[in-house]
Design a binder for this molecule. Structure first.
Ligand SMILES: [Zn+2]
Length: 321
């Protein structure tokens, strides 16, 4: 057991290894990037909180550590089980949506956040949290053979300086629509891991430029990012997403729409039997008005509606809020 970190202590040194052992990192999103980043960090001796709201699908398998038998399980539960067999660090799995009702609990006491999210709206929220709480985060995204990585320290230029306009829902490419290759997520997650470990261990350099990789063309480049003088978040300290007032969030995702109430207690078993759903302790899934619905125990609903209004209306009919 004592030899676990031998090869990396030869590079980092004993003191850096202690720093890693005393760190808590939040891995936000447990798709391909989250799987691979969490694998690197936990095996390097870092304690983790891993957070994801989704279930394992067979289309995840080509780029993750998940196994055929994990299909339909929560991603965090399956990943925790897999990683715990190869590491002695603590892993705290949290099956939860990251939103303005949950960010405080999810980011409590973390030293660093690794952005392995798949939704831009969650990233803008993460950016607000990073700036307000001065928690650094490492952005990563991967699509086809292309990837982008950027370290934000929470005190200087922010994600909004880099991408100042919140994109229109549906205007962005997603893995689901455009596809992604496993070597892309491997490279992006490795660069994210290198930044995380260098930062935590105070080893070498943490590149603050935007790193852009195009693995189809075999090209790598770095682009300097300046702070925007009129940035709403890091300059004007406006935290519009965090401070939103509505009690229900409706946001577009790869799967359609995600409807999240601030407070809701749903009788999952009862709703499941009303709609003839497939029930387990985490969620129930069923069809309603020709739409596929997954309703979770905390009242969150995933629905493949055409637009936000329809998603909200279906939610109201089923949950009553
Ligand atoms: Zn900014």
């Amino acid at each position: 057991m004592t030899d676990i970190y031998d090869r990396q202590i030869k590079v980092f040194g004993e003191r850096a290894q202690k720093r890693l052992g005393n760190s808590l990192v939040l891995v936000l999103g447990c798709g391909a990037l989250g799987n691979l980043v969490a694998n690197n960090l936990t095996r390097a001796g870092v304690d983790l909180r891993i957070v994801d709201r989704d279930l394992v699908e067979s289309s995840n398998l080509h780029r993750t550590l998940f196994r055929l038998e994990d299909e339909g399980r929560s991603k965090v539960e399956a990943l925790d089980e897999i990683l715990s067999k190869g590491s002695i660090s603590d892993i705290e799995p949290v099956f939860e949506d990251f939103n303005r009702f949950t960010w405080k609990t999810i980011t409590k006491d973390v030293d660093l956040i690794v952005d392995c999210l798949d939704s831009m709206s969650s990233r803008y929220l993460l950016n607000e949290v990073s700036v307000k709480q001065e928690i650094p985060f490492i952005h990563g995204s991967a699509i086809r053979g292309e990837g982008r990585i950027k370290f934000f320290d929470g005190k200087n230029e922010c994600f909004m300086c880099l991408y100042p306009r919140v994109p229109e829902p549906g205007s962005l490419e997603t893995c689901r629509g455009s596809g992604v290759l496993n070597y892309t997520t491997s490279v992006v997650s490795s660069i994210q891991s290198s930044m995380a470990l260098n930062y935590l261990a105070d080893f070498g350099v943490v590149n603050r430029d935007l790193v852009v990789v195009d693995l189809k063309e075999g090209r790598f480049k770095t682009i300097g990012v300046r702070r925007k003088e009129d940035c709403d978040v890091c300059q004007k300290q406006k935290f519009e997403i965090m401070e939103g007032k509505e009690d229900i969030i409706v946001e577009e995702t790869c799967e359609g729409y995600n409807v999240v109430p601030k407070n809701a207690s749903v009788d999952l078993k009862k709703i499941s039997s009303t709609y003839n759903g497939n029930y387990n302790e985490l969620f129930t899934s069923f069809a309603f008005s020709g739409r596929d619905i997954i309703l979770f125990e905390n009242g969150r609903m995933q629905v493949n509606a055409d637009n936000a209004k329809e998603a909200r209306s279906i939610y109201s009919k089923i949950v009553g809020l």
